[in-house]
Design a protein around this ligand. Structure first.
Ligand code: PFF
Length: 507
């Protein structure tokens, strides 16, 4: 349930519908399902298995797991840092977006954005709120910052309560709420009919057609395949280190095979069935297919925080539907952000012998500092820059590292046995072949194409004007600073004898 909570997040309700609508509608599902079967599910099993294995050896984070699995290779513990670096970098901005969802839930109830909706200025309202500009709606990000402190405190309070008293409880309460909200919204949207009297063709049928009718011609574009794989990584939380950390708390005979599959299934129901029936479908019902196309082009934030409030205003119901939408996003966000923070907490606790309280304090301090930087500089594109690296580039690299370490050091046969230790299902044998050859090859192919088509121009800031370029460089420096801190911590843990030389038997 906790891993499902990590997986089901803002990505399911905002990122997925935009990606699908932009990349061929129903046709997007072909590369998407392939990526799920060949990358997402095998990587989830690998990560669950590696995490539980590390936990058996008193290591609950990438550095310790990689050290143990490689038989004590000196570089392995440093390579393992990637599984803490990625989730924390995502945390630094994700938790701020979570703040918007809670704030907008309040605003829905109190009618605070109604004037902006009436004046067709929701984009201004959002920009003012997040601190990208000062305007008549907000004079600086002060409202956002005060609600941020509540969201921040809630996250760390849940973490302080521990794995079973905090994260597990949150998941048990949050996940049912989330599914109930999602189902209410999907049913509401699917029963809208054709609410705009002048446009009878703006109806649910045509909207679903827009979302799902396959445009097969799009399948020859590499971009569509890359987008599908990127979505699978982000939505399933694989390759990031969160699943590894959660799994390290399992007992040696707790199942990982079925659990990996059920967490994935829960995520896919929330993403394809619910996420695919709410935001973009509603947009096409109220703004027509051409309008929805425009909206999808403007990205997820625009869809969730600008377009949806217009739609809620036309649905009536005194802000209740808007409240349900933003609470849905908030609950989805919180169960994900605690999973993003936990890898560093677990690392500090297991490898630097900190108490849970101290580990949380240290993590929180770093988080406050860097999120503060993001909030103060959001108008310069710092959030997007961090998301580019942590949300799309590095997970693929880290997923490749994980599957390679699994195959090369644990070995597929031993790894397969380990995966089936206490398993409640038998994984089909051909997955042995997939994990060994297909998943790594698919990832290498993806990285190569992606590097040529997208990363290189962005990484080298081609065509970016000087002012923006300097903020991008500063963001990279902040991330590098965080990386140095993690390297220092691993080095310190090593000095304290946490990564000893392993004897042959231990290997
Ligand atoms: N899977 C989450 C979403 O779809 O919003 C986001 C996320 C959580 C990404 C945890 C990565 C992660 F490790």
């Amino acid at each position: 349930m906790a891993v499902a909570g990590s997986a089901v997040g803002l990505g399911n309700f905002l990122r997925f519908p935009v990606q699908a609508a932009q990349n061929g509608g129903g046709a997007f599902m072909v590369p998407y399902i392939l990526a799920m079967l060949l990358l997402g599910i095998p990587l989830a099993w690998v990560e669950w298995t590696m995490g539980r294995y590390g936990g058996q050896h008193q290591h609950g984070g990438g550095p310790g797991v990689f050290h143990r699995l490689t038989g004590g290779k000196p570089w392995a513990k440093y390579l393992g840092i990637i599984t803490i670096f990625i989730p924390l970098c995502i945390t630094f901005y994700y938790i701020y977006i979570e703040t918007w969802t809670l704030s907008f839930a309040f605003f829905s109830l109190t009618g605070q954005y109604q004037d902006a909706v009436a004046a067709h200025e929701m984009d201004k309202f959002l920009a003012g709120f997040m601190g990208a500009e000062s305007n008549k709606y907000f004079d600086g990000p002060w409202t956002a910052i005060s609600i941020f402190s509540i969201v921040f405190a809630l996250n760390y309070w849940v973490l302080y309560k521990g794995i079973s008293g905090g994260i597990e409880k949150l998941s048990k309460i949050g996940m049912p709420i989330l599914f109930v909200c999602g189902i209410i919204l999907a049913v509401r949207v699917l029963t809208l009919g054709s609410p705009v009297a002048e446009h009878p063709d703006w109806n649910v049928n045509n909207a679903l057609g827009f979302m799902w009718n396959p445009d097969w011609s799009r399948l020859d574009e590499a971009k569509v395949w890359i987008a599908a794989a990127g979505q699978i990584f982000f939505t399933l939380s694989v390759g990031m280190g969160c699943i590894m950390t959660y799994a390290s708390y399992l007992k040696s005979r707790d199942d990982v095979a079925l659990s990996g599959l059920t967490a994935t299934s829960a995520n896919e129901f929330a993403e394809v069935v619910l996420g695919g029936s709410i935001a973009v479908v509603a947009a096409a019902v109220f703004f027509g297919v051409a309008g929805a196309q425009e909206i999808a082009k403007q990205g997820s934030f625009n869809l969730g925080f600008v377009t949806m409030p217009y739609i809620f205003a036309q649905m009536g119901g005194e802000g209740l539907i808007g409240f349900i939408w933003f609470i849905l996003l908030f609950v989805a966000g919180v169960t994900s952000s605690v999973s993003l923070i936990e890898p560093l907490v677990t690392f500090l606790k297991d490898e630097l012998n900190m108490t849970r309280g101290k580990a949380i304090f240290a993590t929180g301090l770093v988080n406050l500092f860097i999120t503060g930087f993001i909030i103060a500089t959001i108008k310069h594109g710092t959030l997007d820059e961090m998301d580019f690296w942590a949300g799309s580039v590095l997970p693929v690299v880290s997923g490749l590292i994980m599957v390679l370490i699994f195959n090369i050091y644990l070995g597929i046969d031993k790894g397969w046995d380990e995966m089936h230790h206490g398993a409640l299902i038998q994984i089909p044998k051909f997955y042995k072949f997939i994990i060994r050859f297909i998943t790594p090859a698919y990832l290498i192919l993806l990285l190569t194409f992606w590097a040529i088509q997208e990363w290189w121009p962005i990484a080298t800031m081609q065509g970016v004007e000087a002012d923006k370029a300097s903020w991008i460089s500063i963001t990279r420096l902040v991330m590098a600073g965080f990386l140095v801190l993690l390297v220092y911590w691993v080095w310190k843990a090593d000095k304290q004898g946490k990564f000893p030389k392993l004897h042959k038997e231990a290997k």
